[in-house]
Design a protein around this ligand. Sequence first.
Ligand SMILES: NCCCC[C@H](N)C(=O)NCC(=O)O
Length: 453
Amino acid sequence: MLFAYMFVDVMSPLQSLIETQRGWSPESFGYYAGAEYIFNVLGFLILAGIILDKMGVRFTGTLSASLMVGGALIKLYAVSNMFEGTGLESWLDSWWTSMPGSAKLAAFGFMIFGCGCEMAGITVSKAIAKWFNGKEMALAMGLEMAIARIGVFAIFSISPRLADWMGTPTVVIPIAFCSALLCIGLLCFIAFSFMDRAYDAETGTSKNSGAETAEEEFKVSDVAKIFSSQLFWIVALLCVLYYSAIFPFQRYAANMLQCNLDLDATQAADIFRWFPIGAAILTPFLGYFLDRKGKGATMLIFGAVLMIVCHLTFALVLPSVPSTAIAFSAIVVLGISFSLVPAALWPSVPKIMEARYLGSAYSLIFWVQNVGLCLFPILIGQVLQASNPGITDPLKYNYTVPMLVFASLGVLALGFGIWLKILDARNHYGLELPNINPTKEEGIMTSEGMTME
Ligand SMILES: NCCCC[C@H](N)C(=O)NCC(=O)O
C-alpha cells in the first residue's frame, strides 16, 4: 500500500509541469485524476469483493498488485517520449481533441492501476482482519494507513526532485521510479503469500476463510440488504463526502499553494507533504485510543469541523493573506482531521453492520466512495477552469471557488456525522464505546455488543 499510494500521487506535485510539457489543461488533468476510479465505479469493485471472498487473500492480492504494475507501465509509456509521434498517439489525438492523446492513455493506465489499488485496499483489510482477529485490529489498520500516508509524504518530497534530476524537468523519471517500486511491491506480496500459506497451515484455516466464517462470504442477496440500510447510507455518504474533499484536494493542493504563495513545485510540495505525515503520525495513536476509550462518532464530527476550517482558510484567507505560516498551519490541522476520520470510520463499520456481510459492506462503502473520488477531481478541474477564464499560466489560478466546493463537502459530511451520533445515542450501536471489551480484553466489539472471538 506504501508504493500504491506513492504511485497515486506521483503526478500531484507536477501538475504545472505536465501542463507545460504535454499540453494537458486543468480539465484534462482532472479527467486523468478521476480516471483512477472509473472501472471501480462501473462495478469492478463489487466484482473485486466477490473475487476476494471466493479466491482468498493470496490470489486477490497477487492479482491486484499485478494490475497496479500493468496500469503503471501503460501510464509510463503514455508520458514517455516513446509514445510521441506514434500512430496510437495520432489516433488518440484525433477525437475529443481537448484531451491530449497522452492524457487519454495515461488515464487508461490509471484506470487499470485504480482497479488494482482499490482491490488491494479491501484485500489488505481482509488480511489484517485475518491476522489480527481478536487482537489490536484498529491499531493494525491505523498502522497500515499510516504507512500508506508516509508514501504520500515521501512522494511529495521525492517527485519534484526526481523530475528535476536530469537537469531538464520531466515527469517520466518520477513515474518510472514509482513503477519500479510497484514491481517490488508485487514481489513483497508474493513473499507474503508464502507466509500466509504457512499461517493457514499452522492455524488450520482454508484458503479464503481467513477471519470470516462461511456465512460472512459475499452473497448477491446481501447487496440489497446493505443498500436498504439507513445506517449504511449515512456512513457511505459521510465517507464519500469526506474523502472527496481529501483525495481530490490532494491532487490540486500543490498547485493551489503555488498559485497563492508564488512558490515553485518543490517548495509547494515541501509544505503539503506535512499533511500526510501528520496523519501518519497520529492515526495509529487514535486507533489505539479508539480500541480502549471509544468516542468514534465524536471523532468523526471533530474531524469534519477541522476540515471545513482548513478548506475555508485556503479559499478565503490565503488569497488575501499569502502567508506560508498560515498555509503550513492549515495543512497540519488538515492532517489531524485526516487522522481522526479514517481512524474512527473504518473500525466503526463492524459496529453498525452485521458481521455476516461485513466484507460486502466494506466493498460497497468503497464503491460509493469511489463514485465521489472519480467525479470530484473532474468537477474541480472544470470549476477551476470556469472560475479562471482566460488564464493560461498554470501558476496564476485563483482557487477560491474550488476550495469553497471542498469546504461545502465538509459541511455535508459534518451533517451526516451529527446524524450518526444522534442515531447512536438513540439506538446504542456502540459507536462511542471502546472496541476492546473491558470485560473480555481479547475480544473485539461488533454489532449489538457481540464479540468476534
Ligand atoms: N487511491 C487512494 C484512495 C484510496 C481510497 C480507499 N478506498 C480508502 O478509503 N482507503 C482508506 C484510507 O483512509 O486511505
